[in-house]
Every structure is written in C-alpha cells, then in structure tokens.
Design a protein around this ligand. Structure first.
Ligand code: TEU
Ligand code: CA
Length: 618
C-alpha cells in the first residue's frame, strides 16, 4: 500500500481500513453520514487543507495520529466485492452454534452463600442443553482478589475459591462435553492482577526478569504520560518505595503486561496450552486489541482523548504488533488444538475487523464490536431511548460488507452493559414485545448468536435504589468522580443508567436471591424462554438461517424486512421497529408463518416480528 501523506485526500484516507473505521467513528460521534465524505467535495480536500479547516475542532494531532496508524498498517483486506468473495461461507461448528455467556458470580449458587459457583453451573447444564445452546462461554473463574470480579487474575492455573476447586472445574468440563456442548474460557492477558506472582516479583526486585513483564517507569515527579484508565483517573500507579510508576489501563490492581517481551508471550502461550490440553474448546479474549502498545508510550493526542474520552487510546487500540501477536497465539496454541477464538475488541470497526478475522489471515475466528450498543453520540451512561432503526442500519452495513470469509457475532448484552431492552423502551408494557423482537433478529440474522445469561428469562434493568447496592469497581470510581461536579442524587442517577451491575445481579432462580432486596428480584418470563427454545431449534433445523444469504427487502423508517435463503429454503422476516402498530409490508403469498403467535393479519402490533417460510411445491 502506498504511503499516505498530507497531500493525500480525505477520500484516500477513508479508503484504507484504519481510515475508514477511525473517520467513521468521528462521523458517528458527530452524527454525520458517510456521504459527507464519499458524496461531497469535502472528500477531495487534501489533508493539509483539512488540517487548517479543523484546527480548532480536531487539531493537527488527530490527523497526524491517523496518518501514522494508516501507514503502519501495510495490509489491505481482500477485495470483498460479492464477485471476489467465496460463494458460500466455509462450514464450522462455531458458525452453527448458539453460545451462552455465563457470568459465574451471578449465575447459579449451589451452596446458598449468595455467590454463583461452578457446581451451580454444572447443575444447570440440563437447563442449557434444553434451551438448545451448543457452547458456554465462562467469564473468568480463575483465582483473583476480585477487584474487577475476576478480570484481575492472580493465578491463571487456579480456580477462584468462592467458585470451587479445580476438581469442580474438571467435572463441569467433563459433563459439558458429555452433554454434547463445548466450553469456552475467558482469556484475560492484557493485564494481570497486581497480586500475580509476576508482578509481585517485579515489585520486590527491580532487577528481576519480571520487571520487564510490565510497564514500569522511573518516577520523575509526575506520571510518565497522559494516558487515562478506563475506570477513571490516570493510567499510572505510583510505587513510592520503588520510585516508580506502573501502567494499568483498567483498575489500579490490573497491571498491563508488556507483550513486546518474548518471555511474556511464551508464558502466556504456555498457559493457554495448559488449558487447551485440559480439553477446553476455545477462548473469548479480553480487550485483546489492546495488547500491543506504541513503543515509548508517547502522550495521547488531546483532541482524540477528548473525543474518545480516553487519553492515549490511539497508541494501543490497534497497536503496531497486534496482528503479529495474534498470529503467534494462533500458530502456537489455537491451531494445533483446533481451538475457537473470539476477540473482545473495543473500538475495532468493520474494516479493521476484516484484517483480524479474515480466514486467510490466521488470527481470530470472530470479534465482538460494540458500536451497536449505543446510538451515535451517546454513551452507556446517557439516559435515552435507543432507536432500533440505528441497529438495523448498523447490522445491514456489516452484513453487506463483511464478506463470506469473515463471520459475525450477534449480541445485545454482556456483563459490561445494561440490558438492551431497557435502552429501547422505558415503558414496561413494551418489554416483552421488544425482547421477542430482539430474539427473532438475533436468531435469524447471519452470524453466531451470543446469549447473555438472563436474556432468555426476559430480564431487564434493575431499579437500583442507592450506590450501596452497586459493587462494580467502574461504577464506584465513576461515581466518586461525578461527585466532583454533581449532587449525589444526580451522580447516582447517571451511574444507575449505565452501571454494569444491571447484568450482574444474581439470577432469580437461585434460592439465595431471597437475601436481596425485593426490587432486585425479577420474575423469569417463561414465554420468553419458550420463544428462545423455539428460535434456537428453528435455526438449528434450517441451514438457510445459518449459512444462507442475507438480503434486505425493506429498510423504510421503522421497518426491517429481510430474506435468508440457501437455494433450497427461503425465509422472510418482517420486523416493526417501533411502538406504533403498522400495516404489514410483506405479502406472504406462497409463504407460511413460522412461530408467529400474534398471527399474520394485515397489521403488525408494536415491535412485532414475524417469520415466514416459502412453501415447497407439494
Ligand atoms: O472489558 C473491556 C472494555 O473496554 C469495556 O467493556 C469496559 O468494561 C467498559 O467499557 C469500561 O469502561 C473487558 C471486560 O469485559 C470487563 O468486564 C473488564 O472489566 C475489562 O475488560 C478489564 O478486564
Ligand atoms: Ca456459592
């Protein structure tokens, strides 16, 4: 790829993967359409002109950082035009699977101490089997001081005491396999706990080989750079006895590993192989796109920092050795074991994702991208009504451009987010229809559905009453920061909107849930669970819903009508994305309704979703 310079045009920048996704992100933030670049004179402006024009708003730093990132990525994704793509996606178990995420602490409590555990999960395997899921992704179960609920690992080869023992784990793995399901572990290797042996040794002895496992910098009176932590404040912790700082992109107890040190990579890869040898089937890889940091850890650009809310992010969200390190893990651990991989990659957009998940690249099978979780210009702590028209456009964009040698993950919820249903509607009367609509789309769009525990029970956000009811480190730190500018009620109101605790309350089927205040106990809705079972079965029995082509039939405002077809079968899904009843657009002549309890009359009820299948000639 030719080197871009300040004489390159905005269009040229936008035609590169990094340019596309980064500029796309800015457009999103500003709520502007892509046509602003592709369809107007602005696209033909040279970078140097743009730099002058945006001096006040973005500043030169932004464009220089972008140029640097673009020029660093020498690869281009394959030509993804339909003609250039394989006609059909390759088959794989994980494309056919429905994966269920378990957050162990709040899933199932087997001994009444109010904390979910491994035995609890084993006891629920039949439930999961009956639901129809094919694989479980376990959020971290490793030994941890729980500063960030297990995402701060003290010992990668030990089970967290509250969750049980290694024997309990082995039993869970064995039973999961016996029931024909797979087990995927969480791999948290961007950072370790500060209580991990490596960090402890590094602290105790500055000459130890472990010192260079982390980012230690000498104390010269202030933080080594301006990077901030995702959980608030500076990304540096000071160790006064040492006269040194160490880097943590997350909490003060989650120390970033230095992946440029080959010993770190060897040790991590050994650990991965240890689990794979045990028989686990793959990994969900925590913030895996953050592992490679720009050499010298330069200051973050202020304009980017203010826009993205995090100073320094351009120096590690798509770092210089990311692809190299991912390939190394694939070559030395995943491929030899036939292991599955899905990367958690905040900030990675469609084009960058192709360079990470393209089959020809040998990096990861799939990624989670997060831009569908909030509307343009919004963040998770904003109280607003999420418009499903945005989700439709987002998903169409990916489906039409990702290509047959990449594969999407489909999800609305996880342990880091409030429930999607509560973003879409603030009127409890619409909770059930919205949940059903989301489920229909999740199991009939093209990709692998990830169900988050409780989705299938119709769980919504909780009505938290006070900050004491929250336990998440992010919520607590953020609350403390908000108090500097807001009254306590207002600060709590903001936290309540976005807190990760919405998805971390103990599931209502537990006996020990009784110890929670009443407003933190929800009733599972069986009609939702039944629908999940039906949809999962439908998807499993009809390959057209898995590998079939995806075609948009209507994307008028508040409408989403699409077709899935594999030559032998043909499905049409019609969705009403709004809270008003609307006349049906699709004329189902020659089609029969599938799983449509609301009937197939001429009018769609609020948020109704219908599935039709083409009748086969008898
Ligand atoms: O999350 C990474 C991440 O960037 C976010 O989803 C994050 O939790 C949130 O945006 C904070 O602002 C992963 C894990 O899923 C999360 O639970 C961990 O806390 C985090 O990494 C650190 O390991
Ligand atoms: Ca327990």
């Amino acid at each position: 790829m030719k080197e871009l310079t300040q004489s390159s045009t905005l269009k040229e920048l936008y035609s590169t993967p990094i340019g596309h996704d980064t500029i796309g992100r800015v457009l999103l933030q500003l709520n502007l359409s892509e046509k602003w670049i592709t369809g107007s004179f602005i696209g033909n402006l040279k970078l140097k002109t743009l730099m002058k024009l945006t001096k006040k708003s973005l500043g030169e730093g932004f464009w220089n950082a972008l140029l640097h990132l673009i020029n660093q990525e020498k690869d281009l994704p394959l030509d993804r035009t339909p003609e250039a793509m394989p006609k059909e996606p390759k088959k794989a178990w994980w494309k056919e699977a429905v994966i269920y995420q378990i957050y162990p602490r709040s899933f199932a409590d087997s001994n009444g101490d109010g904390i979910g555990d491994l035995k609890g999960i084993t006891e629920k395997l039949d439930y999961l089997k009956e639901l129809g899921v094919n694989a479980i992704w376990l959020s971290p179960v490793y030994d941890s001081p729980n500063d960030d609920n297990g995402y701060d690992i003290r010992d990668y080869r030990k089970i967290m005491t509250e969750f049980g023992t290694m024997e309990d784990f082995d039993e869970l793995l064995k039973k999961t396999h016996e029931k024909g399901m797979r087990l995927i572990m969480d791999l948290v290797v961007n950072h370790t706990s500060d209580e991990h042996e490596w960090f402890q040794k590094a602290l105790q002895d500055p000459d130890s080989k472990y010192r260079d496992y982390y980012f230690f910098r000498e104390d010269t009176g202030k933080e080594p750079n301006n990077w901030v932590s995702f959980f608030g404040g500076t990304a540096w912790n000071r160790y006064p006895e040492q006269n040194a700082w160490a880097l943590h992109l997350f909490s003060k107890k989650q120390m970033d590993l230095n992946w440029d040190n080959p010993n770190v990579r060897d040790d991590v890869i050994d650990m991965i192989n240890w689990w794979l040898d045990k028989g686990v089937d793959g990994f969900r890889m925590d913030v895996i796109n953050y592992i490679s940091k720009e050499a010298g850890l330069p200051n973050g650009d202020e304009a980017i920092g203010s826009m993205m809310m995090f100073y320094g992010i351009e120096h590690y969200y798509y770092g210089p050795h990311l692809h190299e390190y991912l390939k190394e893990i694939q070559d030395k651990a995943f491929r030899p074991h036939g292991a599955f991989s899905v990367g958690e990659t905040p900030g990675v957009g469609r084009e960058m994702a192709k360079l990470i998940t393209g089959e020809e690249r040998g990096e990861l099978d799939m990624i989670f991208s997060f831009d569908q979780l909030d509307m343009p210009g919004r963040i998770r702590f904003d109280y607003y009504e999420y418009d499903l028209n945005y989700y439709r456009d987002y998903i169409i964009d990916w489906m039409e451009h990702y290509g047959n040698n990449c594969w999407m993950s489909l999800f609305y919820n996880n342990h880091d987010n409030p429930r999607m249903v509560s973003k879409v509607t603030k009127d409890p009367a619409f909770n059930v229809p919205v949940e059903k609509l989301l489920a229909v789309m999740q199991f009939t769009l093209k990709g692998t559905p990830f169900v988050y525990q409780g989705d299938e029970m119709g769980l919504t956000n909780y009505d938290f009453h006070s900050i004491e009811e929250l336990s998440d480190v992010e919520s607590k730190n953020r609350y403390r920061e908000l108090l500097k500018m807001h009254a306590p009620e207002e600060a709590f109101r903001i936290i309540r909107t976005g807190t990760r605790d919405h998805s971390r309350v103990l599931l209502p089927w537990n006996e020990s849930v009784k110890n929670l205040p009443d407003h933190l106990i929800q009733q599972p809705d069986e009609s939702i669970t039944e629908l999940y079972k039906d949809l999962i079965r439908l998807r499993r029995e009809h390959p057209a819903l898995i590998y079939g082509t995806f075609k948009v039939l209507s994307r008028k405002k508040n409408r989403f009508v699409y077709e899935r077809s594999d030559g032998s079968e043909n499905f049409v899904i019609e969705c009403n994305l709004s809270k008003d009843a609307r006349p049906a657009l699709f004329r189902p002549d020659g089609y029969e309704p599938v799983l449509n309890p609301q009937g197939t009359g001429p009018v769609l009820t609020p948020y109704e979703a219908r599935i039709y299948r083409k009748k086969t000639e008898a």
